[in-house]
Design a protein around this ligand. Structure first.
Ligand code: G1P
Ligand code: ZN
Length: 553
């Protein structure tokens, strides 16, 4: 079948692809899957079809933001989206120069410029390259990931799609700032750093942070050859005056230099080793592929994401001008450690518990119920945008260090002395047989009522359930968001399957034990029996041939 041309717009016949349901964070697949003719186009058209009724003048009066983390296929995808957005009648497109925009920067641009929405091209911390991963995510007018009502509409569209719209137009020069017309649409190539830097400047005391570096404090920031390189170079080295060389791996590469741009102790090994020893810098940090995750390190000291969220919430009012009025509330995803709950108690504010995935924070932030939120998966953020924001978390920590004059380790130890410590680990089992993993979860959810009273990890199961969530703002409900097992001794295990993988299944086991011991216990000792108990309960060795996780964070 040949495309139908009408007024410059081509209607291209197409057929549905299976499996285009957006997961925890948009649609993620192997890059080659995305490169099949029509695959990206079908998804993008389904997004436009799903949201057209929310738009003014059939998109004619609306602006769409487009950008990605620079991974392999980013540029080609941007060009495809430009042609399709023009064919679908958008008034204006804002595209980051070079096709680059970090995920929090997309959110900042949407909000500051009153855009209708945005498309983010990224598979986050997953590796990039023709044989690795690619992804696309739609964000709505509030700057945040589309809620499930919208992603389900998009998915329905992908199952019945028969055509997509595009225009014939040569590639737009993504390097040149300024506007060109594609069909009836204005396509503006914008500085990807401008809006984001302005938002940071509005929240943080840049003068104070400059003084921190001017007084000789040293930091290393690892951009992991991904999108935060230019942002960190401009802000940390440029605006805050940290010496050149503070930012490592600062140039975004299509394959992230062959690494996983995943800021954890395993994948940020180079940074971790440079942060060790008595001559190491005062502060170390890293962000992931698209800039929404963060890793926080002191000298020979790792700050777990749950503690990081709690510490930032504890110090925000006193250390960061953007929060000097205090926090309205905080929120964390269910599997995230309960450390922040105790800070919320002390501050006399509410702590909301949501399903995994940033999209669930959107309503709480919009409604002013929560100011800050975070996940155990190295994601922290606040109401300044509607995404988690890696560099923001780094600037929060810099502010805490600058104002308190303490080291990273001292800040955390003081927190543990005051609030006690949640000993916490996440164990990931990647690349499991998907059918066997699904069967295990079905069996487990079927047997939850029998678990109560059973011995586990030297204690007894007090209760076990499947987490469900009712959004306090719009009343929408989400069920089956992970199994929770609470023990009589106050510890907890959470089990769920990942919703972001691109091959097989990933089981995540989250274990937590609270002790009011100023953080003095050894974490392996605190969690050892719980770890073993859960492995045995799930019969992991029998099912999968091993019970050793692939990654522990
Ligand atoms: C993972 C994390 C989750 C995060 C998401 C997107 O999802 O666990 O906290 O929001 O990536 O970055 P999962 O693979 O567990 O579904
Ligand atoms: Zn990410």
């Amino acid at each position: 079948m040949t495309p139908i041309r009408e007024g410059g717009v081509q209607t291209v016949p197409t057929q549905p692809f299976e499996g285009q349901r957006p997961g925890t964070s948009g649609l993620r697949k192997k890059t080659r899957v995305f490169m099949q003719p029509g695959y990206l186009e079908n998804f993008v058209q389904s997004v436009f079809d799903a949201v057209r009724t929310d738009a003014a003048d059939g998109f004619g009066a609306e602006t769409l933001v487009v950008g990605g983390d620079g991974r392999y296929y980013n540029r080609e995808a941007v060009q495809t989206i430009i042609r399709m957005a023009a064919a679908n009648g958008f008034g204006r497109l804002l595209v980051g120069r070079g096709g680059i925009l970090s995920t929090p920067a997309v959110s900042a641009v949407i909000r500051r410029r009153g855009a209708f929405g945005g498309l983010v091209l990224s598979a986050s911390h997953n590796p990039g390259g023709i044989d690795e991963d690619f992804g696309i995510k739609y964000n709505t007018r509030n700057g945040g990931p589309a809620p499930e009502s919208v992603t389900e509409r998009i998915y329905a569209g992908t199952q019945s799609i028969e055509r997509y719209l595009t225009v014939e137009h040569p590639d737009v020069d993504l390097e040149r700032l300024g506007s060109v017309r594609v069909g009836g649409t204005e396509v503006a190539v914008i500085d990807p750093l401008e809006d984001y830097t302005a938002v940071m400047e509005g929240l943080f005391d840049f003068e104070r942070l400059r003084a921190y570096f001017a007084s000789g404090h040293r930091m290393l920031f690892d951009a992991m050859s991904a999108v935060t390189g230019p942002y960190a170079t401009q802000i940390i080295e440029g605006r805050l005056g940290a010496p050149a060389g503070t930012v490592l791996n600062g140039t975004p590469l299509p394959d992230f230099g062959g690494h996983h741009p995943d800021p954890n102790l395993v994948h940020a090994a180079e940074l971790v080793s440079r942060m060790s020893g008595k001559d190491a810098p005062d502060f170390g940090a890293a962000c992931d592929g698209d800039g929404d995750r963060n890793l926080i390190l002191g000298r020979d000291f790792f700050v777990s994401p749950g503690d990081s969220l709690a510490v930032i919430a504890e110090h925000a009012k006193d250390c960061i001008p953007g929060y000097r009025e205090g926090l309205a509330g905080v929120a964390r995803s269910m599997p995230t450690s309960t450390a922040v709950d105790r800070v919320a108690d002390a501050l006399g504010i509410k702590c909301y518990e949501t399903p995994t995935g940033w999209k669930f924070f959107g309503n709480l932030l919009d409604a002013g119920l929560a100011t800050m939120c975070g996940e155990e998966s190295f994601g922290t953020g606040s109401n300044h945008v509607r995404e988690k924001d890696g560099l923001w978390a780094v600037l929060c920590w810099l502010s805490i260090l600058a104002v308190t004059g303490k080291s990273v380790e001292e800040v955390v130890r003081e927190h543990w002395r005051k609030f006690g410590r949640s000993y916490y680990q996440r164990h990931d089992y990647e690349g499991l047989d998907a059918a066997a993993a699904a069967e295990m979860m079905t069996e487990l959810s079927g047997s939850l009522s029998n678990l109560t009273g059973q011995p586990l990890a030297g204690s007894r199961v007090e209760r076990a359930d499947e987490f469900g969530y009712t959004d306090p703002v719009d009343g929408s409900t989400t069920s089956r968001q992970g199994v929770r097992i609470f023990l009589e001794d106050g510890s907890r295990a959470v089990l769920r399957l990942s919703g972001t993988g691109t091959a097989g299944a990933t089981l995540r086991i989250y274990i937590e034990r609270y002790r009011d011991d100023a953080g003095a216990s050894d974490i392996e000792e605190a969690l050892g029996s719980l770890k073993q108990g859960v492995r045995e309960l799930l019969r992991l060795r029998e099912r999968f041939g091993t019970d050793e996780p692939t990654v522990v964070t």
